[in-house]
Design a protein around this ligand. Structure first.
Ligand SMILES: [Zn+2]
Length: 100
């Protein structure tokens, strides 16, 4: 199907290929109008490299979204750990330093 599309409309195929690569992020963000969405969807349907590209980008965006969701608690935990390490006595087996 890809080869047929390239042979029948080589210029359009390559134009859509480039368009898909440059607009993939906007497509996934839902920022494109119905015409542009349709253009990308029909192109990825017949272009396996673009289909893989979109799938990979979708996974990345989803992973980043999950990371963003957990970023704040993680920072909080490491801040707490750092604060505790700072407050702990040195490795002399002794008690905590006297309060200042
Ligand atoms: Zn393509």
């Amino acid at each position: 199907m890809m080869i047929r599309a390239v042979l029948l409309h080589p210029v359009r195929f390559h134009r859509d290929h480039r368009f898909t690569r440059t607009q993939a992020s906007a497509y996934l963000d839902g920022d494109l109008g119905p015409d542009d969405r349709g253009r990308i969807e029909s192109h990825t349907h017949m272009c396996p490299p673009c289909a893989r590209f979109m799938a990979g980008l979708r996974r990345t965006v989803s992973a980043l979204g999950k990371l963003r969701g957990t970023a704040t608690p993680r920072v909080g935990v490491s801040d707490g750990v750092l604060a505790r390490l700072r407050d702990e006595p040195d490795n002399d087996g002794g008690a905590a330093p006297p309060p200042v």
